[in-house]
Design a protein around this ligand. Structure first.
Ligand code: IMJ
Length: 255
């Protein structure tokens, strides 16, 4: 599907480094002809984002999604400079390391609030701010994980956050559908990103999935990115409110 995003302006949020799924999605979107905006959360990750932006001829902006004023400033700038938006990729999550290391039953009130705020709530104000710029309709894509609906050891509060995120996808799809704005999630299988490297025994999770998934391998970032690019494109014009898996088929297994 060459040029499937030609003429579209797409905002990708959540590039932290070259291994980020957001980075793979930005590459796929650029290959398909999109004009890109990339955001970074903080100066700590500005350099890798600027490097990627140079490579993909993308614009960059800072945006900490915990800050309502930063979200408003981002969309004001995109409105002023691009005039419109066709796609938004939300590839953001955060929980305190402690909440992923200790038993789930020990989850703190503050840790729960922060994980849900950054990983799930943020989709709502971003969709609210993006929608007025999506004058020709649009596509919003977020990233989820199987731990939203199944017990995955150590995923803990992130599982609860992804469950909230997947539900928010359905509510946003219901409300924004009449404005031709679609909202979907890509549920990615385990990939060695910065978000996963920090997890204990991650290699054994990768081995387990590679041995049992129907495709007998872990997904590649490019496969997850191609599914996101499909959802951003008009080829997916009939798809909204859904969670699509790019996980080598792992989620179909009963045993
Ligand atoms: C994360 C924890 C436990 C098991 C996990 C993961 N598995 C996978 C992940 C099996 C695939 C990665 N994932 C899907 C995530 O959503 C990760 C989110 C995350 C990771 C960190 C690590 C560093 C940190 N905070 C984090 N917040 C969210 O400090």
């Amino acid at each position: 599907m060459p040029d499937s995003l030609r003429g579209k302006t797409i905002l990708v949020m959540g590039v932290a480094n070259r291994w980020s799924l957001a980075s793979a999605i930005a590459h796929a979107a650029a290959r398909e002809g999109a004009a890109l905006w990339l955001t970074y959360q903080a100066e700590r990750v500005q350099k890798p984002v600027e490097d990627l932006a140079r490579e993909l001829n993308a614009r960059t902006a800072a945006c900490d999604v915990a800050d309502d004023a930063a979200i408003a400033a981002l969309f004001a700038r995109i409105g002023a400079e691009a005039g419109r938006l066709d796609g938004l990729v939300h590839s953001l999550a955060f929980a305190q390391k402690q909440e992923l290391d200790q038993p789930f039953v020990e989850t703190s009130r503050a840790g729960f609030a922060q994980a849900l705020d950054i990983s799930a709530y943020s989709l709502i104000p971003l969709a609210r701010a993006a929608a007025p710029l999506m004058t020709a309709g649009g596509s919003i894509v977020t990233l989820s994980y199987l731990g939203a609906t199944r017990y995955v050891p150590n995923y803990n509060v992130m599982g609860v956050a992804k469950a909230a995120l997947e539900s928010a996808v359905r509510y946003l799809a219901g409300e924004l559908g009449p404005r031709a704005i679609r909202v979907n999630a890509v549920s990615a299988g385990p990939v060695k990103t910065a978000s996963a490297r920090a997890i204990k025994d991650f290699s054994s999770i990768l081995d387990h999935v590679a041995q049992r998934a129907p495709l007998r391998r872990v997904p590649e970032p490019a496969e997850i990115a191609d599914l996101a690019a499909f959802l951003l494109s008009d080829a997916a014009r009939g798809v909204t409110g859904d969670v699509l898996f790019a996980d080598s088929g792992y989620h179909i297994l009963g045993v």
